[in-house]
Structure formats: structure tokens, C-alpha cells
Design a protein around this ligand. Structure first.
Ligand code: SAH
Length: 517
């Protein structure tokens, strides 16, 4: 049995990190009494919270993106990077569960999508690389590689030069190595680490911490998968404020505020202001009930930081929201909130230039299909929603993915690619044949059960597990995974390649058939 909490918001909670005021009514147990010299000393939930709290107190509030980056991947105790070899975020004992961990069918169908795209692009016989961003336990890649998916296509297997995994977590890299490489040792290299596939001694598996560390070779055809990776990349948050013609322009820089000359034109326009993170008033910790979203939340889940609206422009607020017409269209709406993830856009742009005229990327994550995400930052711990501002480094943080921003970044950075989707996960998996694959697995389980011994999982349990996993992945109810998760593809733009009906080609899963070129 797998546990049930996904890394997803419940819609009713979506507002919970909205900039809020704290009431100062109660003294928190976590704020020590005054020291002998009369200076209050504060106790923090984690070493990382202390480092962040003290740094912010010294240098001023930080962007949400900086806070997220530190909480997730800081060397000083980030969620994915802290030294705790036994810490596994996945599964019942961990913090959340993801689709590849729910059903093997998920990874198998992603593997088949890669196969279909390789066929559509002419079955290249060399220079194929498989890449995965944030592979977690390695389950998705293992399911893609197993017999039944990629391994059934010997020509494709022979064409694969290497598997490249982008992973920030040393602990998860260890888990991936164990699953994908078996007994082959993990060796240090210039870009990260390297080993060999347990399925094929000659197949290299390479790890690095950032996609930019991987060489770009125009002869290579990369097939890239990113499942629940983009939601972990940091977002900046901006809010539009109404014009105030009486105020001069102050720009907040790391070395302090700079007074700019009063600009009559901009003073009459709405402006984007950045939401920034600073330590919450310690007196509010016991009463900040609005942020902590679960009734079982312990003291450790109480927020130690809060969001405030920067009173002046920041370099990010002057620059990032001006990069797309989608953001500009919202600028004159007072109080509109937008989240922008420049790092996600850098990744999407990297995928597009890497792919160029051959290869493909499949991005699966949660987020709205067309709107710009707002108020979506969330904290997840032990299968419950908690404040993203509690127990820094022990809470997983994620934010909705802006699919159209990824599409825009990909299209702007390479004239050779096109983007398909996003379509819902239910649509994608349905088109990839999930029902038929599940029926096949059930049939195989029935055949196996004839020779089973006592102590094996009973046939009815196996069938129930296979079917419940499938139903969960394609669940179309309002909070179901089938609709909350979206799938988007970046593929080469080959105008001469047509679909069966003579129209422009569409990849399988996005309205297309397997096209043999
Ligand atoms: N794709 C997996 C895991 C999703 S959790 C699954 O679906 O099961 C997010 C993954 O991304 C983890 O492996 C985490 O270690 C990795 N990750 C998070 N932030 C990262 C970053 N900035 N760079 C590289 N990897 C990152």
C-alpha cells in the first residue's frame, strides 16, 4: 500500500501564503526570555532557519526565490541536500508520493512516448541520450528502461550513448545509483559522478547538479524527461500596486535604498512590487493560525518567516515582469499577483537549444494550463500541508508550474522547436494506452498467480493495487491527479512531417499517431 498525499495543493488552500498581517498578542515559547544583557535571544526550529533569520536581519528581506533555493538545496541543510542518509522524502514514511511511485505503468508509458518520438524522427541509429531532471528514487527511469518499454526496441537501445541525470540531492543520487546501476561503482568525474547501467555494462549513467554542466553536442539527440522537477525550482512573487504620484522612486538594492529621480511618467503607472521574506514577529508565532493549514500541525510547523510587500522596486521587480506580454497584461490590475521562475525558464530554454532539430522533452508537473500561477507556494511535510515558512530545510517546498512561460522560453530560444500541450495527465496517459497496459498487467498477474506460493501477494491484492494505481493517475475529479497534472512536449519543428490525415504532425499523446518517417 502506498500513502496518499501528493505534492499538490487542495484548491481551498491556495490563498494560504498570501501576504498577511500577524497579530502581536502572545509571547511564543520559542522566544527565549531576555538574556542578562537585556537582548532578546531567539530560538529557531532548524540550523538553516537560524542562518536565514540572522542573515535577513543583517542584510534585509530576501526574494521568495532565494528563500526557496536555500530551503531546498542549501549546503547548510536544504531539504534535498541535508546530511541525513536515511531521509527519504518519498512514500509512507516520507513526505509525499509521486506518480512513478504509484504505478510502474507511468514510467512505462513515458518510455513508450520516447520510443514513439524516436520512431517519428526516423529511428536515429546513434547519438541518442536519455536525460532526466530530478529523478527522485530513479523509479521512472528504471521503468522506462525495463523490458516492455525501451528495452523492447533493440535499435533504440543500441543508439543510446548515455543516460544523464540532473540531481541536487546526494542521498537521492545514491538511491538512483543503487536502483539503476546495481553493483557498478559510482565514480567522481569533472561534472559530477558516473556509473554503468545494471542492464548494460556499456551504457554510461552520468550525474550532475545542473543541466548546464552537461556538454551540448549538436550531433546528439537528447530525449529529456522532467517529472515533478519544475515545481521545485524557485519562484519570484510580484504584486501590482496602484500608482502613487506623490512618491519618489526608491530602488532597494543589497547595499541599501537608492533614491532615483522622480519620474512623472512611471509615477502615474501601476508598478510591480516583489513579495519578500523576513523573520515573522516572534510574538505572532502562536497565533498565526491562518498559515498553518493542518489541525495536527505541531509547534515545528509554525511559521518563522513571513511575506511582506517590498515598499520599493527591487532589481527583479523592474526586470522580470517586463519580459512577457502575459505579465504586462496584468500590470494595471491593482493587487494582481504573479509568480515567475527565471530558473525554470532557463531550463526550458536549455532543453530547446539542446533539442534543436532532433530529440524531445516531456514535462509533467502541476500547475494551471494557461494562467500565470499566483499564491501557489506550499510546504509539505509528513503527508500534510504545512506553512512554507516553518522548519526551514525540513519542509518540502514547491510552487505551481507556469507551462506557458516554459513554452515561451523554449520557442524564444530555438527557432527549430515546437511545443505541444499542455494536456491533462488523464488525456495523455489515455492516449498512450494506459487502459490496455493495465489489462495486460492484470492478465500477467493472473498467469503468475497459478504458480504462486503462500506468502506471495494474493491475486486480488495485486489486481487491486494495479487498478487503484491506474485510476488514481487518471482521476478526473476536481482534485484528481488526472486533471491537476499537465503534460507538455518540446519537439523539433519539421514542417514536412505530416500526420496520417495530412495535417501538421502531432506527437503521440498530444493528438497524434505513431508516424513512421
Ligand atoms: N521525478 C521524481 C522526483 C520528484 S521530487 C518523481 O517523480 O518521483 C524532485 C526531484 O528534483 C528530487 O529528485 C530532487 O532532489 C530534485 N531537485 C529538486 N531541486 C533540484 C535542483 N534545483 N536541481 C537538481 N535537482 C533538483
Amino acid at each position: 500500500m502506498r500513502s496518499s498525499l501528493l505534492r499538490l495543493p487542495r484548491l481551498c488552500d491556495r490563498q494560504f501564503v498570501r501576504c498577511r498581517q500577524f497579530a502581536c498578542t502572545n509571547t511564543s515559547v520559542r522566544w527565549s526570555s531576555s538574556t542578562s544583557d537585556g537582548v532578546a535571544r531567539r530560538e529557531w526550529s532548524t540550523p538553516l532557519a537560524k542562518i536565514l533569520g540572522e542573515a535577513i536581519t543583517t542584510t534585509g528581506p530576501i526574494p521568495v526565490a532565494t528563500y526557496m533555493r536555500q530551503c531546498l538545496t542549501s549546503d547548510l541543510g536544504g531539504y534535498y541536500t541535508h546530511e541525513a542518509p536515511e531521509h527519504d522524502p518519498f512514500g509512507r514514511k516520507g513526505d509525499f508520493v509521486t506518480s512513478p511511485e504509484i504505478s510502474q505503468v507511468f514510467g512505462e508509458l513515458v518510455g513508450l512516448w520516447v520510443v514513439a518520438e524516436w520512431i517519428a524522427q526516423g529511428r536515429k541509429s546513434e547519438g541518442i541520450s536519455l536525460m532526466e531532471m530530478g529523478p527522485g528514487r530513479g523509479t521512472l527511469m528504471d521503468d522506462m528502461l525495463r523490458v516492455g518499454t525501451i528495452r523492447n526496441f533493440k535499435d533504440l537501445v543500441a543508439a543510446i550513448d548515455g543516460i544523464y541525470l540532473v540531481e541536487a540531492s546526494p542521498t537521492l543520487r545514491g538511491a538512483q545509483h543503487k536502483l539503476l546501476c546495481g553493483e557498478h561503482p559510482l565514480e567522481k568525474t569533472d561534472v559530477g559522478f558516473e556509473s554503468r547501467s545494471k542492464y548494460d555494462d556499456k551504457l554510461r549513467i552520468v550525474w550532475c547538479e545542473d543541466v548546464r554542466l552537461l556538454p551540448k553536442d549538436t550531433e546528439q539527440s537528447p530525449f529529456i524527461v522532467a517529472h515533478e522537477f519544475f515545481d521545485a525550482l524557485p519562484v519570484h512573487v510580484f504584486q501590482s500596486v496602484a500608482p502613487n504620484p506623490h512618491q519618489g522612486e526608491t530602488i532597494q538594492t543589497p547595499t541599501g535604498p537608492i533614491e532615483a529621480k522622480k519620474l512623472p511618467r512611471t509615477a502615474l503607472e501601476h508598478q510591480w512590487r516583489e513579495l519578500v521574506v523576513s523573520p515573522a514577529s516572534p510574538f505572532a508565532l502562536d497565533t498565526a493560525t491562518g498559515i498553518t493549514t493542518t489541525s495536527s500541525a505541531s509547534a515545528a510547523d509554525k511559521p518563522e518567516f513571513e511575506l511582506t510587500l517590498s515598499r520599493a522596486s527591487t532589481p527583479h521587480s523592474l526586470y522580470l515582469p517586463e519580459l512577457s506580454e502575459r505579465y504586462k497584461a496584468l500590470k494595471s490590475t491593482t493587487d494582481a499577483v504573479i509568480e515567475i521562475s527565471p530558473e525554470s525558464q532557463t531550463y526550458a530554454a536549455d532543453f530547446a537549444t539542446r533539442i534543436g532539430t532532433s530529440g524531445a522533452a516531456l514535462i509533467i508537473d502541476y500547475g494551471p494550463r494557461a494562467q500565470i500561477p499566483a499564491n501557489s507556494l506550499r510546504g509539505i511535510r509528513k503527508h500534510a500541508r504545512v506553512s512554507p515558512f516553518a522548519s526551514a530545510g525540513l519542509v518540502d517546498l514547491s510552487a505551481d508550474v507556469d507551462f506557458l512561460a516554459l513554452a515561451e522560453a523554449a520557442l524564444n530560444s530555438s527557432p527549430d522547436v515546437e511545443v505541444h500541450g499542455p494536456v491533462s495527465q488523464a488525456t495523455f496517459l489515455g492516449a498512450m494506452g494506459i487502459e490496455a497496459r493495465v489489462a495486460q498487467l492484470v492478465k500477467q498477474a493472473m498467469e503468475r498467480s497459478r504458480g504462486a506460493s503462500a506468502g506471495d501477494e494474493s491475486l486480488s491484492e495485486t489486481v487491486k493495487r494495479i487498478e487503484s494505481g491506474w485510476k488514481r493517475l487518471v482521476d478526473r475529479s476536481p482534485q484528481g491527479m488526472g486533471v491537476l497534472y499537465q503534460v507538455m512536449a518540446i519537439v523539433p519543428h519539421w514542417p514536412d512531417l505530416k500526420s496520417k490525415n495530412g495535417g501538421p504532425r502531432r506527437p503521440v499523446g498530444f493528438g497524434g499517431d505513431v508516424v513512421v518517417s
